[in-house]
Design a protein around this ligand. Structure first.
Ligand code: ADP
Ligand code: MG
Length: 452
């Protein structure tokens, strides 16, 4: 590669690299802080980690039967039928996907739950489900919920653009049952309320007994793991032995070193002062961090020198997305034709090879920090469960960022090697697809089998 960069540019990129770098000693410090916050969250003390008990353990792998699952937590709502064969196979014989109308997302809770039940009704009819039988159903609801038993939980706060009134502070299963009654649907028995992280752990551990952790790296980021019930001090129930999955809500972890780019992003967000880790790690934010640095580069006249008119294209918040970074970083052509095409479709043509190299480098700086912070958080949880890493651990991960961002998994694996040396081999990250669908049906099966 020919280095044509002027000194100022070179210096600025060295500065950026340093600013966004996460060293092994940074990670060790973060792990310590994570453990403190985990302990506080489990004891019920003030903590940036909510550590929410799920009231369910991981599956044994022999659960079988037919289940339904609902998946609410993004732009689409899904209803699925899932068949478990008791040998590690979860099949989806039929599923339907519905776009949630804006007026139901942001109207009244009654309208939202009536919409959900309308979808269930359509699903039952379309697939000729016999309504004289009853079916166990798991409700995957991927918002922060204060769960008090396997099928009871109150919404703490809406996220991801939902604002339906009369739902915050209420039991969402109760609201669903009321809506089912309004529509005279009596063949559905809601046996579990789940979160997508818990579903992801369940989906992977159904086939892999070494899986004790589930992670989401998509629009947001979160994780759950298998904890000894005796360690969940705040749990006020007389069940002392055994294990339970704990939903950490780790996106809110706040002992992180933020930069001059993270702060304005947080300020302009709908939830300033919260979700610091999520804002440095997940798909909803990486594009925006990159855009803020790019705007700074343009302002300093370090990029697009020949394209001053085009620079305004990225002036708007949200105009550079993580998916775009994925395309920029994934371009392996000699002259970075893919990067050029990406910018051309965004109004900036004829960019120089030098600028293309800089853009790729910028995306790498931002995504590497995300991958390393994600891996650091996983390391914290695994060393909490198993301080000396004596056992093998599989981590089931779902989400488009982990699945699709070029080199994301490799960067995480590299960090484990830096931190743990040879023992890093004991950590396996696996893409566990559709935790919020198949995984929650598995949770419904675990709930059904653990009924007294
Ligand atoms: P959700 O988290 O909403 O359930 P996904 O797991 O599909 O859904 O994650 C969607 C997010 O993943 C998007 O908001 C985007 O930030 C990111 N994303 C989507 N496609 C890609 C891609 N090709 N590369 C990297 N990130 C992507
Ligand atoms: Mg999802």
């Amino acid at each position: 590669m020919i280095d044509t960069s002027p000194v100022a540019c070179k210096e600025f990129f060295s500065y950026l690299e340093k600013l966004f770098s996460i060293s092994v000693s940074d990670i060790r410090a973060m792990i310590k802080d994570f453990h403190v916050e985990m302990g506080r969250g489990l004891s019920g003390d003030e903590s940036s980690l909510k550590m929410i008990p799920s009231f369910i353990d991981k599956p044994k792998g022999n659960e079988r039967g037919d289940f339904f699952a609902l998946d609410l937590g993004g732009t689409n709502f899904r209803v699925l039928a899932v068949k478990l064969d008791g040998k590690g196979n979860a099949r989806v014989p039929f599923a339907s996907k519905f776009a949630i109308p804006q007026e139901d997302m942001q109207g009244t809770g009654v309208a939202l739950f009536d919409f959900i039940v309308g979808c269930i009704d359509a699903f039952l009819t379309e697939n000729q489900v016999d309504r004289s039988k009853t079916y166990d159903l798991a409700f995957t609801f991927s918002f922060p919920v204060e769960q008090t038993s396997i099928a009871v939980g109150k919404l703490i706060v809406w996220t991801k653009g939902f604002t339906a009134t009369g739902v915050q502070g209420r039991d969402v299963v109760g609201l669903l049952i009321e809506a089912l009654k309004r529509k005279n649907i009596s063949c559905i028995n809601i046996t579990a309320l789940a979160n997508d992280t818990v579903g992801t752990l369940a989906a992977r551990s159904y086939v892999d007994p070494a899986c004790d952790m589930g992670v989401i790296m998509g629009t947001g980021t979160n994780a759950c793991y298998r904890e000894s019930i005796s360690n969940i001090e705040k749990l006020d129930v007389p069940i002392a032995d055994g294990h339970m999955i704990v939903n950490m809500e780790w996106g809110n972890f706040d002992k992180v070193r933020r930069t001059c780019y993270d702060r304005p992003l947080d300020k302009a967000s709908v939830n300033p002062g919260a979700m610091f880790l999520e804002k440095m790690v997940s798909g909803m934010y990486l594009g925006e961090i990159t855009r803020l640095v790019l705007v700074d580069l343009i302002r300093r006249d370090l990029i697009f020198g020949n394209q001053a008119h085009g620079a305004g294209c990225f002036a708007k918040r949200g105009s550079l997305r993580t998916k775009g970074m994925s395309r920029i970083e994934g371009d392996k052509t000699d002259r970075l034709d893919g990067v050029a095409l990406f910018f051309k479709t965004n109004g900036i043509s004829n960019i120089t090879l030098h600028d293309k190299i800089l853009l790729q480098r910028l995306c790498r700086i931002v995504s590497a920090r995300a991958a390393r912070l994600g891996a650091a958080a996983i390391s914290a949880v695994l060393t909490w469960i198993d301080p000396k890493l004596k056992d093998v651990h599989t981590v089931g991960i779902d989400g488009s960022l982990f699945e699709k961002y070029p080199g994301f998994k490799t960067k995480m694996d590299d960090m484990f090697k830096e931190l743990f040396g040879e023992k890093a081999e004991r950590i396996t990250l696996v893409h566990s697809k559709d935790g919020s669908g198949k995984g929650s049906a598995i949770i419904a099966a675990v709930a059904a089998s653990s009924k007294p």
